[in-house]
Design a protein around this ligand. Structure first.
Ligand code: CO
Length: 181
């Protein structure tokens, strides 16, 4: 199982790297699914488990929209379509916060699968929303960055606490590394 990193960890504030080597990809993605299910999430981006890679996974099979789990590598949103809609989103990296986020209904996405094949598909519904949420992570964007300043201010204290907590964790892991000779 991997540790989910939260708000305040710098890996969540930058654009993730393009994946070039696919040699360990299967075990990384297996671990990501285990971690996501353990945390009861429906989507997870690689930087949320501390990996600087353009990868995310989604499982919305609990809805009747789709039967399969999804793996997206080196994704890029090519275009957005449809009406903008509000929907309440939570985030594994922002525990305790849920916000109404406005997003376009449909997206056209270019991405690779584990077999290195490129795909170009249009997505809608919850899957489209989840993809947009995870793509935001890979670009260093949080749901709190998608709402108005007035709305964000309500969460100021919670965000400050998460940030301090992340710094503590980072310092602890650095201290631990000193003993790995
Ligand atoms: Co999230």
């Amino acid at each position: 199982m991997m540790d989910i990193v939260t708000y305040g960890n710098p890996i969540l504030n930058r654009t993730c790297k393009v994946v070039k080597s696919f040699s360990n990809i299967e075990s990384i993605i297996d671990d990501m699914f285990d971690t996501m299910y353990e945390a009861e999430g429906i989507g997870l981006a690689a930087n949320q488990v501390g990996l600087d890679m353009n990868i995310f996974i989604i499982d919305v099979t609990h809805t009747d929209e789709t039967d399969d789990t999804h793996i997206f590598i080196n994704s890029k949103i090519l275009s957005i379509h449809g009406e903008k809609k509000y929907f309440q989103e939570g985030c594994l990296s922002l525990p305790g916060i849920a916000l109404d986020v406005e997003r376009p209904e449909k997206i056209l996405l270019k991405y690779q699968t584990m077999d290195k094949k490129w795909h170009k598909n249009e997505f809608s519904g919850l899957l489209s929303r989840a993809i947009q949420h995870e793509m935001d992570h890979l670009n260093g964007v949080f749901i709190v960055d998608r709402v108005s300043e007035v709305e964000k201010i309500k969460y100021k204290n919670q965000l400050k606490i998460l940030e301090l907590d992340s710094k503590k964790h980072l310092k602890k892991s650095l201290d631990q590394k000193r003993f790995l000779l």
